[in-house]
Design a protein around this ligand. Structure first.
Ligand code: SAM
Length: 275
């Protein structure tokens, strides 16, 4: 039979993976942290029983949270990442040569520590001189920032514990203040099968605060339902107004300029969440 890890995504439904072994397990100050070695998807970071990232499919999430906003902004220089302690988001941000500095505010230093140890290809850019890692609360950092960032990426856990405040209208208003006058933000907003209300609230709040507000999706096998959403709010640039025939100067495995635009075409039941 072997040993299996199961994430219960609802009371009645879950995803399960056979594992070789547990690599590390501890209760940190903020959450239960598990690092496991799965047979199908490589090493996997699990927080409070929820899959955060896995070696085999992490590229989808990290490319899509980063390249859609960074290719929408014509000249992103200063980027803030809230959360994202595995390091995948800063790795993708640093592929953009215009970026001079990426500040990351992660609340739990243990996530960074164990990602460096067990997810080396994801956490590989920690220590890059263009990065600054702050161990602290992203909500407080946003409240204390003004007119500072070109792009803000909210790479958070689900809205429980320390991440609950990251899904509030007050937080999105703080993001608008922390962004420059042509700034853009993206937040991961979970899946439309089990978390429709979360998406509805996020897009409604974003529409009320930002002149441009849209939802886009991607496909991630290890995340609940496999279908993931991102909410984007922009003060000026529209993510749909990008050149789909342009070339990009680095390799990607999921993102393409054509997919950038296509990812905003939503199935009807997801479009309905944005009304
Ligand atoms: N890709 C993932 C997903 O959608 O499931 C998110 C992964 S990332 C590891 C999430 C990170 O957000 C965690 O490391 C967690 O510690 C961090 N986090 C949660 N609340 C936070 C807060 N208020 N400020 C900063 N970081 C926070």
């Amino acid at each position: 039979m072997g040993v299996w890890f199961t994430e219960k995504q609802t009371k009645n439904f879950g995803i399960t993976a056979e594992i070789y072994r547990s690599l590390h397990s501890e209760q940190t100050e903020f959450q239960k942290l598990d690092m496991i070695e799965t047979k199908e998807f490589g090493n996997m970071l699990v927080l409070d029983g929820m899959v955060m990232t896995a070696e085999r499919d992490e590229f989808v999430y990290h490319e899509m949270i980063v390249h859609v906003p960074l290719f929408t902004h014509p000249n992103p220089k200063k980027v803030l990442v809230v959360g994202g302690g595995d390091g995948g988001t800063i790795r993708e941000v640093l592929k953009h040569p215009s970026v001079e500095k990426v500040v990351q505010v992660e609340i739990d230093e243990k996530v960074v520590e164990y990602s460096k140890q067990f997810l080396p290809d994801i956490s590989c850019e920690y220590g890059n001189p263009r990065t600054e890692l702050i161990i602290g609360d992203g909500f407080m950092h946003i409240l204390n920032s003004e007119n500072e960032y070109d792009v803000i990426l909210v790479d958070s856990t689900e809205p429980v514990g320390p991440a609950a405040a990251l899904f509030t209208k007050g937080f999105y208003a703080g993001i608008a203040k922390a962004l420059k006058e042509d700034g853009i933000f993206v937040a991961q907003t979970d899946n439309p099968w089990f978390k429709g209300d979360l998406i509805k609230n996020a897009i409604r709040d974003t529409i009320e605060i930002f002149p441009v507000a849209r939802l886009y999706t991607c496909n991630i096998p290890t995340y609940p339902s496999g279908m993931w959403t991102f909410t984007i709010g922009s003060k000026l640039y529209d993510p749909l107004q990008v050149e789909t025939s342009r070339n990009i100067d680095f390799e990607t495995k999921y993102y393409t300029p054509k997919l950038h635009v296509a990812s905003f075409s939503l199935p009807r039941f997801v479009e309905d969440l944005c009304k």
